[in-house]
Design a protein around this ligand. Structure first.
Ligand code: ATP
Ligand code: MG
Length: 461
């Protein structure tokens, strides 16, 4: 080979990836390991996802593997499924050495523009990627400004890589980022989402956001977080709302919905509200709505959007650790069990972000939640010891909203007093309070106006 190369070997490559490479090579094509896996391996880390480059055309790749999907046919990318993972295989032209060199020259940063040959295990590094790995630098391949204008998402990728690797951005590259940042409006929500997901889950999210902010990119990507960054401070603190949010992100365990909630938790707290010393809690609902709006633009799933919104809106107030047991139970049934750890993690991060190191209160809250989870036998209406059919029978009711109302009021009482959740006790309550003699509006007498219908069998609520 005429280009300088270093023997690196393939011993770090998992067997299924090697088999895929062998399949391509065996059919007479060239194939290389490229991208993040090679970079992460050279950094001494564990490669995550695998990218291959080949001079086989996408149609050839599709023909060679039983389980493939064309993910980015425009860029010549095909996804090959092995039993263990999905491998992205991208085609380059022309065939041979010129082809892989051309491919690498089109990649974004020097540390991402190396390739490892198969079966030789020789590393080619035409843009000085290994040197930048040693220096801890993100540096664009070729003329940085042109490269950012070709694909402006690379600005976000630079910050994302800096955040995941703990690297700096080379000065020329950074200046080019600034000059091109105004075009960030052209990038699709999905691509931005994917990079922000990696930023939020990275080891240095604050540094990545700082780069985006100093590079004039954050105001284009998330204007709602920066519009008033210079005036807004957290009530009772000199810290800006954005700084506080980022510190919260950093203090949260690396779970996406949690860190998104941390990021957007006070996005709607206005400058005036903050100055008047009003608690962000008053703006929780509006912040949840603003966050949902952004996440919809990012095309996140409805479920993820709802989870983030609930975490923001229903966050624990500062005095939650002194809540009564009944209030804790109501909270649990209100938000469900799935998000509980995230709620306490968010509350803890919020305190730590404000410099509070004594988070004993959060531990108290966690303990109370555990205790109440143990005593709540009826987590949802359907866990009541009495079923809808029992209520219908006891009260002579047909199917209808009335039954639901009775069940709900029973449920409220069981939350207050879990000991009531036995069939016997609940039946007693139903007949005493809703039965014909009770005289209460919930009784069936009122339902005579049509809601009291004959039981319709076979239809479930
Ligand atoms: P990760 O480990 O997070 O997957 P990665 O560097 O592999 O990081 P990918 O998005 O998987 O990131 O991209 C694989 C490779 O494709 C990159 O290493 C880079 O060489 C190239 N690449 C990806 N996106 C771009 C882009 N927008 N412009 C130029 N090259 C890109
Ligand atoms: Mg990758």
């Amino acid at each position: 080979m005429s280009i300088p190369s270093v023997q690196t070997g393939l011993s770090f490559v998992p067997p299924d990836v090697l088999r895929a490479m062998e399949t391509i090579h065996g059919a007479g094509f060239g194939v290389w390991i490229v991208g993040g896996a090679l970079r992460d391996h050279l950094l001494g880390g564990e490669p995550k996802d695998w990218d291959l480059a080949t001079d086989a055309a996408p149609e050839d790749v599709m023909r060679l593997f039983p389980r493939v999907i064309p993910v980015g046919i425009r860029h010549g990318t095909v996804q090959v499924h092995t039993r263990k993972r999905d491998i992205e295989v991208t085609s380059y032209k022309p065939t041979g050495e010129d082809g892989i060199l051309k491919d690498l020259s089109r990649r974004d940063f020097t540390i991402n523009a190396m390739a490892l040959s198969y079966p030789g295990g020789l590393l080619i590094d035409p843009h000085g990627g290994r040197q930048d790995l040693r220096k801890g630098l993100i540096r664009g391949v070729g003329a940085p400004r042109e490269r950012f204008s070709e694909d402006v998402l690379r600005i976000v990728r630079a910050s994302r890589l800096a955040g995941t690797l703990g690297f700096d951005v080379d000065r020329n590259t950074f200046e080019a980022m600034r000059e091109e940042a105004e075009n960030l409006g052209q990038v699709s929500g999905e691509r931005i989402r994917d990079e922000f997901r990696k930023i939020l889950l990275s080891r240095y999210p604050i540094e990545a956001f700082d780069l985006l902010r100093k590079g004039w990119a954050l105001g284009k990507l998330l204007p709602e977080l920066v519009v008033r960054d210079h005036v807004d401070t957290l009530p009772g603190s000199k810290m800006s709302i954005l700084r506080h949010a980022l510190l919260c992100v950093r203090h949260c365990p690396a779970r996406l919905r949690l860190r998104l909630a941390a990021l957007f938790q006070n996005v709607a707290v206005p400058a005036t509200g903050a100055r008047n010393g009003k608690l962000p809690l008053e703006y929780a609902k509006q912040s949840a709505m603003a966050a949902s709006g952004r996440l919809r633009l990012w095309h996140m799933s409805n479920r993820q959007i709802d989870e983030v919104a609930v975490l923001i809106e229903k966050r624990f107030p500062p005095d939650a650790e002194s809540w009564s047991d009944a209030r804790i139970r109501r909270f649990i049934t209100d938000v469900g069990t799935d998000l509980l750890d995230d709620f306490t993690a968010l509350a803890e991060a919020e305190r730590r972000a404000r410099g509070i190191t004594d988070v004993e209160g959060i531990e108290i809250l966690r303990r109370k939640i555990r205790e109440q989870l143990g005593v709540i036998p009826a987590m949802r209406v359907r866990d009541l010891a009495l079923k809808g059919s029992d209520v219908m029978e006891a009260l002579g009711l047909g199917e209808g909203p009335e039954v639901g109302r009775v069940l709900h009021s029973l449920f409220e009482r069981v939350l207050r007093d879990p000991a009531l959740n036995t069939r016997e006790r609940l039946l007693e309550i139903v007949t005493a309070e809703y039965g014909p003699q009770s005289g209460l509006p919930h009784g069936p007498s009122e339902a005579a106006n049509g809601e009291r219908s004959l039981p319709r069998s076979g239809r479930r609520r």
